[in-house]
Every structure is written in structure tokens, then in C-alpha cells.
Design a protein around this ligand. Structure first.
Ligand SMILES: [Fe+2]
Length: 293
């Protein structure tokens, strides 16, 4: 009835639209595809109408995030299906002018989630030639009070739990990527980080030079994580949202229950498992900054 298969967008509350628009357009290299009557700005790094949404607000932080789905059923039938799973979902028409069959609900931690069938056409085709220009938004990490409960909730939507770091950091996927969503048990709420996928290691490294030349400090990395094995590096956008740049992440072969073999895998084959924190955060021995925890 419902197949969720892609992280489509992340939307942010924004206090300083000028600074954030400059970052996402000129630094991150997304294409501005639309500004709506409320002043919300839509940015794409793909054929999608948008992957990032900036919403004028009196605060900063994550507003909502959305996943693309397919279903043989109508939107009403999908909503009924979700209700049968104990998820109170409804139609959503607001805020996303071109998306089709949008469904809204709140997850158990109160995060606003959208499901959409079609992303809608963007009138601006092609990719930027300046800025980071990521392949895609790869994954989103949010702080929660109970990662285990959150993992169980997203399993109902068809996500797989790939890895854990001990019992406080759960990784979820709805496709071949090691994770598209993860949950970090914390005493606070909010986004931990949004990850942008680089084309390769050279793209990542040249991007770090580009960031520094544009006054953006690197707060950690690059190094290779254990869970996911992605080479990762972190910085902040102008309103303090932590942005990960990554490449070379694990590819999940769901049918086999393993990650596609790589030379740097510790286990052979590498299967979903529980990692210890010290063995997981940096396989290259880079000290983990307090800014990340
Ligand atoms: Fe990440």
C-alpha cells in the first residue's frame, strides 16, 4: 500500500532570510526555484522542485521534512492505511505549491512529516556551476527523547533499522543508502544535522577549501564514520543548523541483509549491528568535537 523511498526535502524556520538564502544559493549551490507569496524560498539540487525550504519565522531550526512515496492506492486510501497503523495523518495542501498528494502527520517526537507522491516540476532546469552543488540531501538526523520508540515508529512506514551506536543513536533507511534518517537520544529536541552528499572525496576536499575561502569554518572532520562508513565533515549554516558533507557511504543490500562489501569494512560481511561509540565516530582517529554531541 505504501512504499516510502526517498528523503525529499528539509524545511527550516528562518530569522535572517537574506543570510540563509545567500548560504543555500551561493555557498551550498542550490538553485532557487520559487519564492511564494509568504516569502518562503524553495531550493533544488536535483530535478525536484525543491529539496530545501526556507520559511520566514521568528526562530531558527527544523520546520518539517518530507519523503517521497509510491502507492497503488489513492491519497485517501494511503491516509486510511496510515490510520490503521495508528498514525493520525491528513491531507496537506499548504506550503508546497507544486507537490502532488501530500500527506501530513506528526511523529511521536512531534516532528512534522510530509509524504508526497510527486515533487512537481521545476521551471529552472540544470545544476548550478558554483558553490557546493551536492548530489542530493542524503540524510537528516534529529534529536529525540526515545530513539528506540522512534525507530519502531518509522519501521511502520517501511523503514529498515540498519545500525545502532550503543542504544542512543538509531539509523534508518528507506532505500539503498545506509541511512536517510537517524535519531539521537538527547535531553533537547531539534535537528542534529542535515547531510549533503558529495560526488566523491575530491569534491568534498575542494569544497572545504571553498567554504574556508568564503568564511565558513569546519567544526569537525573530515574522517570516516564507523556506522555508515561515510567520509564526513561538518560546518554550520548561518543560523546554526549543522550541515554534514559526506561521500562514500555504505550501500545497503536489503535482500541480503548486508552492506555492499568495501575494503574498509571491519566485518566480512558487514551486517547491521550495534556499534560502540569509540569505534564508530571516527575510523581515522580524528578527535570528536563537543560541538557534535
Ligand atoms: Fe550524518
Amino acid at each position: 500500500m505504501l512504499h516510502v523511498f526517498k528523503l525529499g526535502f528539509a524545511a527550516f524556520h528562518v530569522q535572517d532570510m537574506q543570510a540563509m538564502k545567500k548560504y543555500y544559493e551561493d555557498i551550498a549551490g542550490f538553485t532557487l526555484t520559487e519564492t511564494d507569496k509568504n516569502g518562503s524560498a524553495y531550493f533544488s539540487t536535483s530535478t525536484d522542485h525543491h529539496n530545501i525550504v526556507l520559511i520566514p519565522s521568528d526562530r531558527s531550526g527544523i520546520h518539517s521534512f518530507g519523503f517521497q512515496y509510491e502507492s497503488e492506492g489513492s491519497r485517501e486510501e494511503v491516509i486510511e492505511h496510515l490510520k490503521s497503523l495508528g498514525i493520525e495523518a491528513s491531507k496537506a495542501e499548504d506550503g508546497h505549491p507544486v507537490m502532488k498528494d501530500v500527506i501530513a502527520f506528526q511523529d511521536p517526537e512531534g516532528y512534522s512529516v510530509r509524504l508526497f507522491r510527486e515533487t512537481g516540476e521545476t521551471k529552472k532546469k540544470g545544476f548550478k556551476s558554483a558553490g557546493i552543488v551536492p548530489n542530493k540531501i542524503g540524510h537528516l538526523s534529529v534529536r529525540v527523547s526515545d530513539a528506540k520508540a522512534q525507530v519502531e515508529f518509522y519501521k511502520k512506514l517501511g523503514f529498515d533499522n540498519t545500525d545502532w551506536i550503543e542504544d542512543f543513536f538509531g539509523f534508518m533507511t528507506c532505500n539503498r543508502d545506509h541511512h536517510v534518517l537517524n535519531f539521537f537520544t538527547s535531553e533537547t529536541k531539534g535537528m542534529h544535522h542535515l547531510a549533503l552528499e558529495m560526488r566523491n572525496y575530491q569534491h568534498l576536499i575542494s569544497t572545504l577549501d571553498f567554504l574556508r575561502l568564503n568564511g565558513v569554518n569546519i567544526v569537525w572532520g573530515p574522517s570516516r564514520h564507523g556506522a555508515g562508513h561515510n567520509i564526513a565533515c561538518y560546518h554550520y549554516d548561518p543560523e546554526g543548523n549543522l550541515i554534514e558533507l559526506f561521500t562514500d557511504g555504505d550501500v545497503y543490500i536489503k535482500e541480503l541483509g548486508i552492506f555492499d562489501p568495501r575494503p574498509w569494512h571491519k566485518d566480512f560481511p558487514q551486517k547491521p549491528k550495534v556499534w560502540k561509540t569509540d569505534e564508530c565516530l571516527s575510523l581515522w582517529g580524528v578527535d570528536f568535537e563537543k560541538a557534535l554531541v
